[in-house]
Design a protein around this ligand. Structure first.
Ligand code: T46
Length: 142
């Protein structure tokens, strides 16, 4: 379970700004998939799931949105509004995206192809998996 904010390079000149992102150099995985969401309707809330293995970087390349992150113990809210900033979300982290501005474009770099079996879409099951994992760790330690 890991979350991190990355500040990517901003290369500016008189023409404007360019932000490059290199897989395995600027972010900790090879990119297998890119997707983006836009035209999000007012008050829509997306996400409501965690992933078993997928690692992702969320970048709001236009406008802004908020991301609620929940590791089963603590909830954290992160606002994404900077085009050069990426939110890394590792495995077993519940996420909800909301408060999208009208012009928001949320781009996601993903470590793997789309696979519905990697999703945990039920919050109670998510908590149970975390509890079971902790118990396994306890068994291992004692
Ligand atoms: C995540 C957050 C940040 C595809 O066919 N291919 C894809 O690559 C994706 C991402 C989705 N889909 C289909 C599956 C659903 O029928 O598009 C539909 C909407 O997907 P979903 O409801 O999962 O979208 P979000 O915004 O709730 O979640 C997405 C990602 O699915 C998820 O991995 O972490 O963005």
């Amino acid at each position: 379970m890991e979350v991190k904010l990355f500040n990517f390079k901003e290369i500016g000149d008189k023409r404007g700004t360019l932000t490059p992102i290199e897989a395995s150099k600027d972010i900790p995985f090879e990119i297998r998939r890119v997707y983006y969401m836009y035209g999000t309707v007012e008050n829509a809330r997306r996400g409501y799931h965690a992933h078993k293995a997928l690692k992702q970087i969320l970048i709001c390349i236009n406008g802004s949105c908020k991301v609620l992150l929940d590791d089963g113990k603590e909830k954290t809210i992160i606002e994404l509004s900077k085009r050069h900033q990426g939110l890394y979300i590792g495995e077993y982290m519940w996420r909800e995206m909301y408060d999208f501005s009208k012009d928001a474009v949320l781009m996601v770099l993903a470590s793997d192809y789309y696979d519905e079996t990697d999703y945990i879409r039920d919050y109670e099951i998510f908590l149970t998996i975390l509890k079971d994992n902790c118990q396994n760790i306890d068994v291992f330690i004692h």
